[in-house]
Write a protein that binds this ligand. Sequence first.
Ligand SMILES: [Zn+2]
Length: 152
Amino acid sequence: MSGFRKFQNQAKGQEVAENERNPLHCYANGCPMFGSTSLGGGRFMCMAHAWATSDDWGRITHQLNESQWLIDLIADRNRCKSDTEWVSLATKFWTDYDDELIPTESERTRKGNCMTRMHYELLHRIGVKQKRMQPIEPKQIKARSVAGFARA
Ligand SMILES: [Zn+2]
């Protein structure tokens, strides 16, 4: 069975032999993520495994599987009708769970920034990123004098 056909069957809920590996998944054994990054033309890996050393892959895979709930929250974007619906879902979820991750007013407008922060949060929770990402806020441009254009 071709990789694409197997993927189609999985998407339709049809049974796929367990020993068959979904070619769209990250190359790291047991990783629940899709491969999205190929370094130097190698196999596709997820954002968590791609830059890690192979001796850390098992730990990362374990942590990703423990964080399936966050992966599901991120993937819920594909089940929502719009970015707005997904950000509302994320807002409700984080309101009950972790105030620091409630999307800011800016993230509710720029929903891609909210998605970026959720991906980063996943990397933080599995130990790939040491610090939690702060919300991406629009840059404040301060008025200043420029030669020849002095402020009144
Ligand atoms: Zn992976």
